[in-house]
Design a protein around this ligand. Structure first.
Ligand SMILES: Nc1ccn([C@H]2C[C@H](O)[C@@H](COP(=O)(O)OP(=O)(O)OP(=O)(O)O)O2)c(=O)n1
Length: 129
């Protein structure tokens, strides 16, 4: 592995990308990591993530009252989603970090902080007040 090392203060998308690439290569699984397969795997993991929340009703931020094992499980499903997303981006030749930063900038242009917004239950609209 070149460049990014484990133990760095923050985990980078690059480290995860390299780890997923190694994981697939070591098992000869590159053949299965096609864009479509990875997208379906990603959607499947989003489903598993949703199962954790389904039927619970609204859940307070910070998940008070959840057992430690439930939080560990949540972390696993969130990770599966992230790992497949990172791998899908890599396989498609998209620099996910760069694309995400650009999108944050685009969001800020679309929704300037200087304006006031209302949530009209369809999305966020500019307040006329
Ligand atoms: N062909 C594969 C299979 C798995 N993985 C990796 C990415 C995910 O992080 C995790 C997914 O593994 P599983 O398909 O076993 O799914 P779960 O971990 O969710 O297990 P389960 O579905 O039994 O809850 O393993 C991968 O990269 N490529």
């Amino acid at each position: 592995m070149s460049g990014v090392q484990e133990g760095d203060q923050s985990v980078s998308l690059d480290l995860l990308k390299q780890k997923m690439a190694n994981f697939a290569k070591e098992r000869d699984w590159d053949q299965f990591h096609s864009p479509r397969n990875l997208l379906l795997a990603l959607v499947g993991e989003v489903g598993e993530l949703s199962e954790i929340f389904q039927w619970k009703g609204e859940v307070p931020k910070g998940l008070p009252g959840w057992k430690e094992e439930e939080k560990v499980h949540l972390g696993e499903e969130l990770s599966d989603v992230l790992l497949y997303l990172v791998r899908l981006s890599d396989i498609c030749g998209i620099d996910l970090g760069k694309a995400a930063l650009r999108k944050v900038d685009l969001n800020a242009i679309k929704y300037p902080a200087s304006k006031k917004y209302i949530n009209n239950n369809k999305g966020f609209a500019e307040s006329t007040d």
